[in-house]
Design a protein around this ligand. Structure first.
Ligand SMILES: Nc1ncnc2c1ncn2[C@@H]1O[C@H](COP(=O)(O)OP(=O)(O)OP(=O)(O)O)[C@@H](O)[C@H]1O
Ligand SMILES: [Mg+2]
Length: 314
């Protein structure tokens, strides 16, 4: 299956996710690794992976360290993803996760990323301009590297929407605040990111709906507020839908949000009604949290998850 539509994802701050299993890990002691695994990561890379598995033609761009691109290049060739990443001097950062499966504790060690220079940023904008010729949708996801202008998402959205292309944005903090005025087509803050954006705690559903409505009033077509195990609210100017997932064993919460963005973009491209988009997006998230491997499971498993999602009109 290959949809005619091509999608580009943009990852400004990718990371290599290195997971190390050390039973009885102790800081300040000699520790022995029982198992380790490294994956190409970063939110836009994860989205590309989900959407490629679903059958879309995908291009990826952003900034990638020239010294260690191999894991990324292998993933892109395995999934037939077109690699348009701008190579920058130095290493893509690594995020080390030490899992002590005896105490169930996780220790995170995050390296800083490299800062792209002004020339790298110009090259990225050129890559985006080129991609806008073929890609109907862009997904901008994740944090921005230290030292990069916090307006970069706002500027990218302007460049992409000027070409008449749609943008889904999944980021947080200052870069989200500065970008929403440029009206991306779709955003998916989680509840904490929405609280940070509005500057107030959102304790009732009415408060959440009101905050999301203000974003719609600003011109964003579709707002999704995700709330972890409580599901997500999907809103357009016409409709408000709550999608509640079944309770499932959680193997990894990494990428639940990325999966939801992927499923939602897939649903919008297929022009599904909002309730069906919500069902598909939630099934993508369930796939992410119930497996350790990146990407989507087989379609039968995905369909089983879809059937288990409860849709409520608000
Ligand atoms: N424990 C869970 N059980 C069932 N579904 C879950 C659970 N956690 C997350 N989900 C599903 O995944 C969706 C997105 O999760 P969440 O709100 O945690 O995203 P996020 O905070 O953006 O995650 P990310 O860390 O990937 O950015 C939820 O709306 C829900 O459908
Ligand atoms: Mg998120």
């Amino acid at each position: 299956m290959s949809d005619q539509v091509r999608i580009a994802t943009v990852t400004l701050n990718p990371a290599i996710d290195q997971t190390i299993f050390i039973p009885n890990f102790q800081a300040g002691k000699v520790n022995r690794v029982s198992r380790a695994q490294s994956n190409a990561g970063g939110k836009g890379v994860n989205v590309a992976s989900f959407l490629a598995d679903f059958g879309f033609d995908i291009s990826v761009t952003g900034f990638l360290g020239a010294e260690n691109p191999h894991l990324f290049e292998r993933l892109f060739s395995q999934k037939q993803i077109e690699d348009c990443f701008v190579r920058i001097a130095g290493l893509t950062r690594t995020g080390i996760k030490i899992i002590n499966d005896v105490t169930q504790e996780t220790t995170d060690i995050n390296f800083p990323g490299e800062t792209p220079n002004a020339e790298n940023v110009r090259t990225l904008f050129q890559a985006i301009e080129m991609l806008a010729a073929d890609c109907q949708w862009f997904v901008l996801a994740g944090s921005i590297p230290a030292g990069v202008d916090p307006n970069i998402y706002a500027d990218l959205i302007e460049a992409i929407t000027r070409k008449g292309r749609a943008v889904a944005l999944d980021t947080s903090g200052e870069s989200l605040r500065r970008a929403i005025g440029r009206t991306p087509s779709l955003i998916k803050p989680n509840i904490h990111e929405l609280e940070e954006l509005t500057g107030t705690p959102l304790t009732t559903q009415a408060e959440v709906l009101q905050a999301a409505q203000r974003l719609l009033d600003g011109g964003i077509e579709c707002v999704i507020i995700s709330m972890g195990a409580d599901g997500a609210i999907f809103m357009t100017a016409q409709e408000r839908i709550l999608a509640t997932p079944p309770s499932v064993p959680v193997l990894s919460t990494v990428g639940a949000g990325d999966a939801m963005v992927s499923g939602m973009v897939a649903g919008r491209i297929r022009q599904l009604p909002l309730a069906e988009c919500a069902r598909l997006a939630t099934a993508f998230s369930l796939s992410a949290i119930s497996r350790v491997e990146a990407g989507l499971p087989d379609m039968a498993t995905l369909n089983t998850f879809k059937e288990q999602v409860v849709i409520t009109t608000l």
